[in-house]
Design a protein around this ligand. Sequence first.
Ligand SMILES: Nc1ncnc2c1ncn2[C@@H]1O[C@H](COP(=O)(O)OP(=O)(O)OP(=O)(O)O)[C@@H](O)[C@H]1O
Ligand SMILES: [Mg+2]
Length: 228
Amino acid sequence: MSENNFIIETKDLWKSYRKGEDKIEVLKGIDFAMERGGRALILGPSGSGKTTFLNILGTIDLPDKGEIYINSTKIDTLSDNSLSKLRNEQIGFVFQFYNLIPEMTALENCMVPLLIKGLSVRIAREKAEYYLEKVGLGERMNYLPKDLSGGEEQRVAIARAMVTEPVLILADEPTGNLDRENEDRVMDTFISLQEEKGGSLLVVSHNQRLKERFKIVYYLDNGKLKRE
Ligand SMILES: Nc1ncnc2c1ncn2[C@@H]1O[C@H](COP(=O)(O)OP(=O)(O)OP(=O)(O)O)[C@@H](O)[C@H]1O
Ligand SMILES: [Mg+2]
């Protein structure tokens, strides 16, 4: 445990993938740190490694090399159990392609992380309803993902990431499928949550427009992260 004021810290992070004979180096030594309660945006073109980097930070993928600290815990030393606990209790993840459970309604999808945390069904439902309303889905809570539009599914995924009020939200292209009005609404919700609850928010996107809302902006290109 190293105590500092960072919610995330990485040191010399490397990741490559193999495609047949070829090896593609996606991340080539990423040093990154984000303060507790901070908000940062990472921009980069398609294929630059944004999802790869975020998945590693979210502990759902492993780097080839490098150190990762989440909330001052060095995560490569944790057991699978402790890692799941950290992921469930501290991190809210918005996946690029939502990853909603198809058999569950929007409301049930948002209740899952709360039930895993041990909250009662009544409280879980209240909280899930509250966040679904915040993202503008008050009227669609009982729909299955297949009966929602892409943008609506994306908003369910965002509500699901926020329901536990995690200390860290990692959001992968969270406005990718939204029109301007919903992009504003979703980003306002993220930011007000972050400001009210003192959480931290890291967004990766190719959408340059999001820059307006972030004082801290990085570019990921050619395996390297550069501060704007
Ligand atoms: N599981 C995998 N196996 C092989 N190559 C992969 C794998 N995942 C990603 N890649 C490759 O790694 C590179 C980075 O992919 P990644 O998905 O991280 O990019 P991205 O910046 O999120 O792109 P986008 O903006 O299109 O979502 C790409 O060249 C991709 O083809
Ligand atoms: Mg991606």
